[in-house]
Design a protein around this ligand. Structure first.
Ligand SMILES: C[S@@+](CC[C@H](N)C(=O)[O-])C[C@H]1O[C@@H](n2cnc3c(N)ncnc32)[C@H](O)[C@@H]1O
Length: 362
C-alpha cells in the first residue's frame, strides 16, 4: 500500500524508540556474525517495507541506520554484506537512493563487498525472489518487515527465513485493522496468520483488550509455527498511549538476549514505555530504570500455578522471563519477593530468594 500522503512524513514518537532499538541490536548483530570467531563470510540485511530513509524533520530511516551500524562496528571490508530494500511507493524508492547518496557521498565500502539493491514493488511478491537473485540464501539474513501494521508477508517467506542459517525477522504488527475489519477481511487476512483463521475468534470477544491480546497471540504463534524457536514480542507505548507491536523471531537464544538488552537500553529521551502483550491488565512500564514489576509478578504467579505440585525453580522462572516476557532475568527475584510477602507463593528456603530456590503457589 503506497504512502497515503506526502513523502517523507513526520516521525511518530515510538518510531524514534524503535529505531534506537534497531540501532543497538544491529550494532551487536553485524559484529557477532561477521567479526566473531565463528564469523560468516557474508550476511544480508533486507527490508520489505523500507520507506524513504528519512523523516520530514531530517531523522534517518531504518535503512540508513542499518548501514551506519555496519560501518561503526565492522572495520574489515572483507565480509560481504548485501543490502536489499523493497518498497511499493516509487517516491520512497527514489528518495531512499538519493538519501544514501547524500549521507554516504563516498561509497563507504567497496561495491563488491556491499552490494545494494533498491526494488520497487510489493514485499509479498519481491522479497523472496530478490533474496534468491542476490544469492542471500544459505548465509544469515536479517529481515526487517516494517509494514503499516497489516503485515502483508507470505507465510512461506517466514518459513524459509526460519529455516535459513542464523536468520532472524523483526515484524511490526498492528492488531487494530484486524480488529476493526474482521467481518469484511477475506482469506488474505488468514494468510497473514499462515492460513489459520482462529484469529477471527475476536468476533465473539467483548472487550477491546481481550481482542488485542488474542490477535497478538495468534500472530506470535504464526512465527512459532513458521519455525522460529525463540520470540521476543513487545509493545512500545508513547506518551499518548499509542502502541507499536514488534515481534522478533530467531533460532538462537543469544539473539533474544541481545535484542532484550537493546530493548532495555533504549534511550530514555524518547519517553516511550513497554508493555508485555501477555499481561492481562495491560500495564505499561514507563520508568525503565526502576521498572514497576507488577506485570511480571502476575505472569510469574500464573506460571508458578501451572507448575507441578512440587513447584518450580527460580532458575526456570528466569528462563521463562527471558524467553517469554518482555522482562529481564534479573527482574525475576525482585518480582517474586512481593508474591512471597503477601503469601501467594512459598519458597523452600528462608531468607532472600536465590536462583536455586524452589517456589510453589500457596
Ligand atoms: C512504516 S513505513 C517503513 C519505515 C521504515 N522501515 C523506517 O523505519 O524508516 C512502511 C513502508 O512500507 C511501504 N509499503 C506499504 N505496503 C507495502 C507492500 N505491500 N510492499 C512493499 N512496501 C509497502 C510504504 O510505502 C512505506 O514506505
Amino acid at each position: 500500500m503506497p504512502v497515503d500522503g506526502p513523502v517523507p512524513w513526520k516521525r511518530a514518537e515510538h518510531t524514534g524508540a524503535k529505531h534506537d532499538i534497531y540501532r543497538r541490536y544491529l550494532k551487536r548483530w553485524f559484529p557477532i556474525l561477521l567479526a566473531g570467531s565463528n564469523a560468516y563470510p557474508s550476511a544480508t540485511y533486507a527490508e520489505g517495507f523500507a520507506g524513504p530513509g528519512v523523516y520530514s524533520d531530517g531523522e534517518p530511516g531504518s535503512p540508513i541506520i542499518a548501514m551506519q551500524a555496519l560501518l561503526d562496528e565492522v572495520s574489515s571490508e572483507k565480509p560481504v554484506v548485501r543490502f536489499l530494500f523493497i518498497d511499493d511507493d516509487p517516491r520512497c524508492v527514489a528518495m531512499l537512493k538519493e538519501r544514501f547518496r547524500e549521507v554516504f557521498p563516498e561509497r563507504p565500502r567497496p561495491s563488491e563487498t556491499t552490494p545494494m539493491k533498491f526494488v520497487e514493488g510489493k514485499c509479498g511478491e519481491k522479497l523472496e525472489p530478490w533474496l534468491h537473485r542476490i544469492e542471500a540464501w544459505g548465509q544469515p539474513i536479517l529481515a526487517v518487515l516494517d509494514s503499516w501494521g497489516n503485515a502483508p508477508i507470505s507465510y512461506r517467506l517466514l518459513r524459509r527465513l526460519a529455516d535459513n542459517p542464523a536468520s532472524e525477522v523483526i515484524v511490526t504488527f498492528g492488531p487494530q485493522s484486524f480488529i476493526r475489519f474482521v467481518s469484511t477481511l477475506g482469506e488474505g487476512a488468514d494468510e497473514v496468520f499462515g492460513g489459520d483463521p482462529s484469529w477471527r475468534e475476536i468476533e465473539t470477544m467483548s472487550t477491546g483488550a481481550a481482542k488485542r491480546q488474542h490477535v497478538l497471540t495468534c500472530y506470535r504463534r504464526t512465527l512459532e509455527r513458521a519455525g522460529f524457536q525463540y520470540l521476543l514480542d513487545f509493545e512500545l507505548i508513547d506518551s499518548r498511549g499509542e502502541s507499536l507491536y514488534l515481534v522478533f523471531g530467531t533460532n538462537h537464544p543469544r539473539g533474544v538476549q541481545k535484542m532484550k538488552d537493546s530493548l532495555w537500553e533504549v534511550d530514555r529521551v524518547y519517553g516511550v514505555g513497554f508493555r508485555d502483550p501477555r499481561d492481562a491488565q495491560s500495564e505499561a512500564l514507563f520508568d525503565l530504570t526502576d521498572p514497576q514489576l507488577a506485570p511480571l509478578s502476575r505472569l510469574l504467579l500464573e506460571k508458578i500455578r501451572l507448575a507441578s505440585p512440587g513447584g518450580i525453580r527460580v532458575h526456570e522462572l528466569r528462563e521463562f522471563a527471558l524467553f517469554e516476557t518482555v522482562f529481564r532475568q534479573e527482574h525475576v527475584i525482585r518480582a517474586l519477593e512481593p508474591l512471597r510477602d503477601r503469601g501467594a507463593i512459598v519458597a523452600d528456603t528462608t531468607g532472600p530468594l536465590r536462583i536455586a530456590s524452589r517456589v510453589k503457589a500457596e
